[in-house]
Design a protein around this ligand. Sequence first.
Ligand code: SF4
Ligand code: F3S
Length: 358
Amino acid sequence: MKRQKTVYEAAIEHGFSRRDFLKMCTALAATLGLEFTQSDQVVKAMETKTRVPVVWLQFQDCTGCSESFIRSSQPKTESVLLEMISLEYSEVLSAASGHQVEASMEQVLKDYKGKYVLAVEGSIPEDDSFLMVAGKSAKDTFLKMAEGAMAIIAYGSCSSWGGIPAAHPNPTGAKSVTSYVKNTPTILVPGCPPIAEVMTGVIAHIITFGKLPELDQFGRPKAFYRHRIHDKCNRRAYFDAGLFVESFDDEGAKQGYCLYKVGCKGPTTYNSCAEMRWSGGVSYPIQSGNPCIGCSEKDFWDNGPLYTRRAKIPGTQTTINPDSVGAAVVGLAAAGVTVHAAGTVIKKKIDDKRGAEE
Ligand code: SF4
Ligand code: F3S
């Protein structure tokens, strides 16, 4: 069996200085939500732990999850691919192809049984005739590789829930990974696609701590899926003040008002978009003017229609009803919330104006 290099050894081999390595560990600690003082735990893990072998299988997908993964900025994708994991099989990223790459999958089963991570992108059809790779059905390949894996990471809404391939009428009988496998520890990382840093962060956690991150009742890592988009949204003050976009070309849209009435699913969606944002923290759909379509939630494609207002807002942290705010003051408490929120909006406008003048 090949001796795996430690993450530190691999980093030095790829031209990292000690300083670069420490910077990578500090960034990683921040992504994992650790205190700065806990960075030394990450450094120690990366110095001593060997790279984790990863097999990345793709089934009924659009490759959007792989596309997202290769855009991670913290940790950088090249650090993950070259130093932290040893990517043994990937249809998109492996240099080898055909028989060679198929042989490397068999080799993983021989060399690393019980030690490799199986990443899965895309749903798996119940009917084998819909997806065969290298003469084998998607289901057979998945079951074979799942049995020998230390853990499965379901990347994206398709492998986590079935996703778009499983949307009504689900012609292929598309299913999630957990429909087939119950005994191998599985982490769901839903999203269409998931945020790059969430994808790399989950692998980094397994390497650093040698175990799965803490999961919620659905199997999602709590660190990244514990908040509703609505509760961290940059447009929330407008929601609380009752200021809504009514159509995409109105004055409210130009002012950046809340997108609830044009179909935002932020009140029912759990994901880190509003906190971590996308493309290295640049923006996320709502900030860019598009309502959240709830892409990380189960059956999001059938929970539509998209861009149509939800009938009700669930959840206890929602302070107001968008229909009544501004039309009537319902008691002192509600008035207090509205005045405070409106104050926030007015202050923001004053600040914006000052900024523009300066
Ligand atoms: Fe943000 Fe959507 Fe909630 Fe409005 S409804 S505050 S746009 S998440
Ligand atoms: Fe998806 Fe909504 Fe985030 S559409 S990318 S969960 S803002």
